[in-house]
Write a protein that binds this ligand. Structure first.
Ligand code: G3P
Ligand code: MG
Length: 358
C-alpha cells in the first residue's frame, strides 16, 4: 500500500466515507462505460489528480490478475486505478495459498485463470484446458468444436524457472478445483470437473473423497453487453451440481466467494481503510475492525440479489445505492432487497455522495 499510494500521500480526504463500485452494469457494459462513469469517477479526484475520498471496485467478475484489471480500467475510464483498488470475485482465493501452495490445483474460467492463480503464488496450477489436454478423448465432442486450439501436450512449467515443481497428472491427485471466472466451454468443463470430482482427483482411477471446489462468485445472472441479463457463474454451478448429484452418490460440496458474502464486504471495508490511511499517514495497520472508523461506506451496485443484499447483510456502516443501468431496471425500489437509495446512473450516485459528504 505504501508504494501504491505514495503519490496520494497526505492528501485531504472528504469526510469519513469510502465507496465500493460494482463494475458490470454500473461502470461498464462489456467494455463500454455506462452511466457517465468516467466523469463520475473524475469527480473523486482533485485538480492535481489526488483522491478526494477512498474508493475501490468490488466486482464478482474476474479472469485476469488485479494488476492487469487495474490497467484495463484506467484505460477504459481515463483515471489512474491502482491494483489495490480492484477486488475481484477470485481475489479471496489468495487466502487459500497456505493450504494449496504446493498441491496440484485446476482452475477454469474466461481469461487467464491459471495466470491469476500463479500470480497469487500457487505453484502447481493447470488451467482446465491444459489439464484436459493430457487425457485423450476426455471431451468426446472436442473434434466438433471448430474453435478449439490444440494445446497438447501442454508445456510445463508455464514460466521458465528451474524451481518449478514437476507435475504428473497421471499420479498427482488434483487437491482442489477453482472456478475463477465465467466458464467458456460449459459442456467440456462439466464433463472434466465431474471426472476430477467423482474420482477424487485422478480421472478414470477409482473413487476417492471429492477434492475441494471453490467458486469465485454465485451470480445467477449479470448485465453484460447484451440488452438483457446473461447467465453467470451461479447458473454454471447449478448445471454442474445437477449433473454431479445425478451421477455421484454424495451431493456436491463447494464454497462460493464473492458478493453477497459478508466476508467480502468486511474485506472491502478493510481495504478502503488501508487506502484512506495510506492517503493520510504512514500507518497502514488497518484491519477488519478498522471498518468501524468509517461513518459511511457506500456500495453502488446494479444487482439487488448480490450488491444490495450483501450491503444490507453487512450492516453498519454500509449504505446501499442501486442503479438502473444493469440487472435492476424497475421504476421504484426492489421489493425483496430494497436499497437505501435508488438512482438512474452511477453519476447520480456519486453526485448524491459528494453532496451528502461535503
Ligand atoms: O461475471 C461478472 C458478473 O458475475 C458480475 O460482475 O461487476 O456486476 O459484480 P459485477
Ligand atoms: Mg453488477
Amino acid at each position: 500500500f505504501t508504494r501504491c499510494f505514495s503519490l496520494l500521500h497526505s492528501l485531504p480526504l472528504q469526510g469519513s466515507c469510502g465507496i465500493a463500485f460494482d463494475i458490470d452494469g454500473v461502470i461498464l457494459r462489456g467494455r463500454t462505460p455506462i452511466g457517465n462513469s468516467p466523469s463520475a469517477l473524475r469527480r473523486l479526484y482533485d485538480d492535481s489528480g489526488n483522491l478526494k475520498l477512498p474508493f475501490l471496485f468490488l466486482t464478482n467478475g474476474g479472469g485476469i490478475p488485479e494488476s492487469k484489471r487495474a490497467a484495463e480500467l484506467s484505460e477504459l475510464l481515463g483515471v489512474k486505478i491502482l491494483p489495490a483498488q480492484v477486488v475481484q470475485g477470485h481475489s479471496p482465493f489468495r487466502n487459500l495459498l497456505k493450504r494449496y501452495e504446493n498441491e496440484l490445483i485446476v482452475v477454469t474460467g474466461k481469461g487467464e485463470p491459471a495466470e491469476v492463480m500463479s500470480a497469487y503464488g500457487f505453484k502447481k496450477v493447470l488451467s482446465l484446458e491444459e489439464y484436459a489436454s493430457y487425457f485423450d478423448d476426455i471431451d468426446p465432442v472436442a473434434q466438433f468444436k471448430r474453435w478449439t486450439r490444440t494445446t497438447k501436450p501442454f508445456n510445463w512449467p508455464r514460466h521458465s524457472s528451474e524451481l518449478a515443481p514437476q507435475i504428473d497428472v497421471y499420479s498427482d491427485r488434483v487437491k482442489a478445483v477453482f472456478v475463477a471466472s465465467d466458464p467458456v466451454d460449459w459442456g467440456r468443463d462439466i464433463q472434466v470437473l465431474c471426472d476430477i470430482l467423482t474420482s477424487g482427483g485422478l480421472p478414470g482411477k477409482g473413487c476417492e473423497h471429492q477434492p475441494y471446489l471453490y467458486f469465485a462468485a454465485d451470480d445467477l445472472e449479470y448485465q453484460a453487453a447484451f440488452s438483457c441479463e446473461r447467465l453467470g457463474m451461479g447458473a454454471f454451478r447449478i448445471a454442474l451440481e445437477s449433473v454431479f448429484n445425478r451421477i455421484h452418490m454424495k451431493p456436491l460440496e463447494y464454497t462460493s466467494f464473492g458478493k453477497p458474502n459478508p466476508f467480502v464486504f468486511q474485506t472491502a471495508g478493510a481495504i478502503l481503510r488501508n487506502i484512506q490511511l495510506a492517503c493520510q499517514t504512514d500507518d497502514l495497520s488497518g484491519d477488519i475492525d478498522a471498518i468501524h472508523a468509517f461513518r459511511t461506506l457506500y456500495m453502488i451496485g446494479d444487482n439487488p440479489f448480490v450488491d444490495i443484499k450483501g450491503a444490507r447483510q453487512a450492516g453498519h456502516p454500509w449504505f446501499s445505492i442501486l442503479t438502473r443501468t444493469g440487472v435492476f431496471k424497475e421504476r421504484g425500489n426492489h421489493a425483496e432487497f430494497p436499497a437505501d437509495l435508488v438512482v438512474n446512473t452511477v453519476e447520480e450516485a456519486v453526485d448524491f455522495i459528494l453532496k451528502r459528504e461535503s
